[in-house]
Write a protein that binds this ligand. Structure first.
Ligand SMILES: Cc1ncc(C[n+]2csc(CCOP(=O)(O)OP(=O)(O)O)c2C)c(N)n1
Ligand SMILES: CC(=O)[C@@H](O)[C@H](O)COP(=O)(O)O
Ligand SMILES: [Mg+2]
Length: 638
């Protein structure tokens, strides 16, 4: 039985056996009887490490035994372990030479919170978005076959990630190729929220079928003592399964299904995986685990412990600090607006692809359960579902992270925009997201949205504008997106009343001379600060599409330098839209586009990363001053 902890250790626990294991090869030299100790030490060290730096928590705790068993039985890194989503990879990182570095996880220049090929040869596939592991592992299995290698490929996928279509696309193909691929379904009955849908109910039924399990276990205990009897076990399991569940989904697809087994029994995992290693063709092992296993508060509240913040040690002397009113996050502004809007309009339907908490929809889901749809990790379905609802004169609002809407791009074009359907997108986590890094950066949405006919796109500069622009986008009868960042804004007062702001109309924040700064979205306060220092004109553009043409032309007429500011890739973003407009108008004006450069920006604190990209107030001011000096030099040279 694994140990259960009730507190996160704040000092490094003693882990004598773990300390000796600097690579999986050393783990493999241990007798199997020592693995339970490895499991306990690894779990305690993991608790300590995440407490030191914050990060994904429950998922890693749930796969400690599985991680140990896999590295024990498979010849990693030659055999390929592919983790799905990758938020459960911390124990894997600890066992694969990154034990000390793990306390730097998700911090700038520290380890990534996800498997990353450039970080370690044990990280076989870069990940962060879900449901890619089976496709990638199948590719590796096929690649090994082509190279005449007998290396194995294993995909470890959660029950949440398994709800996405891509997982089934890959399984269907694997069944066709008959490759030697092992898929481990790590079923903890949880996504970030409680897992939902028919598939999740199906998994729960399998697990709950106690009689089946008892029957199966009874049979296996006897038979597994005889290695040669493995074939017989399989045949026996086959008939037992048929007695209970004649329509085994995975068997029907073409996988050999084994399980469910207890994912916290390291001996059982080693025994079963050891037997399965030799099997040919696509295999699926169904493992049942508990999210947050071994840490009692996380087991009791797996949603709350999906990820945690760094644990700050209590100061020895408590100084009374007057409490500041807490600023709402943008996700909360969205959630409050959604509830208020739903009260006014019975046709409003809220949709989330498995991000209810992160998207600020908990209150909405409780107050309007009939109009709330968590569709599981199915972004494509979320978008087309909204299209269908709009056809029936309902008013769907899709709350979706910018990075995850990338998954639903064809649906956005083909199923929504092309038919000019009335769908509102609450596009959360737009811009750099910080600690999750490049996999989650919401830095492409303007480029991929503004090229789509019929779309309108708003970029609020503060919390109140976010509420008002959500209202405006919702009133618009056609596809509309409002993009807002992760975390909090400047902290302006939020008006309860909702007012539709004119579409495509900017507002002037300050009048100045020589320089006009066109600010798009969350960086507007920084642009405003820079504008003040430079005595520049500053416009809060509010809309990326349509642009406020008149305001831009007026700015061109009365300034010598136009500056665009946005937290998005420079290429294809709001600045590009302004450049295109000026080109169409045949206007020659000096334009400075301040935005993110053409490379991926990895993990770190959002503020620091923005400053490094020259997108804080000082950076904006400095770049403008440099350009003004260049202008001056050119004038003097003429
Ligand atoms: C395409 C995509 N959509 C949403 C997410 C956000 N997300 C990260 S983990 C997760 C839940 C995954 O559940 P599961 O695979 O069962 O893993 P568990 O956390 O239960 O271990 C979700 C929805 C994501 N990473 N990728
Ligand atoms: C792994 C994953 O995709 C999510 O857990 C993500 O890290 C959540 O991000 P937020 O913390 O911004 O909600
Ligand atoms: Mg799960």
């Amino acid at each position: 039985m694994p140990k259960t902890f009730t507190q996160i250790p704040l000092t490094r626990p003693a882990t004598p056996l773990l300390d000796m294991l600097t690579s999986p090869a050393e783990l493999r030299r241990l007798p199997a009887t020592r693995l339970e100790q490895v499991v306990d030490e690894l779990r305690e060290y993991l608790l300590y490490a995440v407490g030191q730096c914050g990060g994904h928590f429950g998922a890693g705790l749930g796969v400690v035994e599985l991680t140990v068993a896999l590295h024990y039985l498979y010849n990693t890194p030659d055999d390929r372990l592919v983790w799905d989503v990758g938020h459960q990879c911390y124990p894997h990182k600890i066992l694969t030479g990154r034990r000390e570095g793990i306390t730097s996880i998700r911090q700038q220049d520290g380890l990534s919170g996800f498997p990353k090929r450039s970080e370690s040869e044990y990280d076989t596939f870069g990940v962060g978005h879900s449901s890619t592991s089976i496709s990638a592992a199948l590719g590796m299995a096929l690649g090994a076959e082509m190279a005449g290698s007998d290396r194995r490929a294993v995909a470890i996928i959660g029950d949440g990630a398994m709800t996405a279509g891509q997982a089934f696309e890959a399984m269907s193909h694997a069944a066709h190729t008959r490759s030697n691929l092992l898929v481990i379904l790590n079923d903890n009955n949880m996504s970030i929220s409680h897992n939902v849908g028919g598939l999740s109910n199906y998994f729960a039924r399998i697990w709950a079928s106690k009689s089946y399990i008892a029957l199966r276990e009874g049979g296996k205990k006897v038979l597994s003592t005889m290695p040669a009897a493995w074939d017989f076990i399989r045949r026996t399991e086959e008939s037992m399964k048929n007695m209970v569940s004649p329509d085994m989904l995975f068997e029907a697809i073409g996988f050999n299904y084994i399980g469910p087994i207890d994912g916290h029994n390291v001996d059982e995992l080693v025994r079963t995986l050891g037997n399965m290693r030799a099997l040919e063709g696509p295999q699926l092992l169904h493992v049942y685990t508990t999210k947050g296993k071994g840490f009692a508060p996380a087991e009791a509240d797996p949603v709350g412990y999906h990820a945690i913040n760094k644990i700050e040690p209590k100061p020895k002397v408590q100084v009374a600090v007057p409490s500041q009113p807490k600023k709402p996050k943008y996700q909360d502004i969205f959630g409050q607006w959604l509830c208020d809007m739903a009260e006014q309009d019975k046709r409003l339907v809220g949709i989330t692809p498995a991000m209810c908490e992160g998207s600020g929809m908990v209150e909405f889901s409780q107050r309007f359960p009939d109009r709330f749809h968590d569709v599981a990790i199915c972004e494509q379905h979320a978008v087309t579902l909204a299209g269908g609802l709009a056809c029936e004169n309902q008013k769907p609002v899709v709350a979706i992270y910018s990075t995850f809407l990338q998954r639903g791009y064809d649906q956005l074009i083909h199923d929504v925009a092309l038919q000019d359907l009335d769908v509102t997108f609450g596009l959360d986590r737009a811009g750099l997201v910080g600690e999750d890094g490049a996999t989650h950066g919401g830095v492409f949405d303007l480029a991929y949205l503004r090229t789509v006919p019929n779309m309108i796109i708003a970029a609020p500069s503060d919390e109140n504008e976010c509420r008002q622009l959500l209202y405006s986008a919702y009133q618009h009868e056609g596809p509309a997106a409002v993009r807002y960042p992760r975390g909090t804004g400047p902290g302006v007062a939020i008006e309860k009343a909702m007012e539709a702001l004119p579409i495509g109309q900017a507002r002037t924040l300050r009048d100045g001379q020589q320089v006009a700064i066109l600010a798009f979205g969350a960086l507007t306060p920084a642009a405003q600060e820079a504008g003040k220092a430079l005595n520049a004109t500053v416009l809060d553009m509010r809309w990326v599409k349509p642009l406020d043409r008149d305001a831009i032309l007026q700015a061109v007429a009365s300034h010598t330098l136009l500056v665009t500011v946005e937290d998005h890739q420079r290429m294809g973003g709001a600045g590009s839209a302004v450049n295109e407009l000026l080109h169409e108008e045949g206007l020659l004006v000096d334009v400075l586009n301040l935005a993110l450069p053409d490379h991926f920006i990895h993990h770190g604190k959002r503020d620091v990363l923005l400053a490094e990209a020259g997108l804080d107030a000082q950076g904006i001011e400095a770049q403008i001053r440099t350009r003004l000096s260049e202008q001056q030099r050119l004038r003097e040279a003429r």
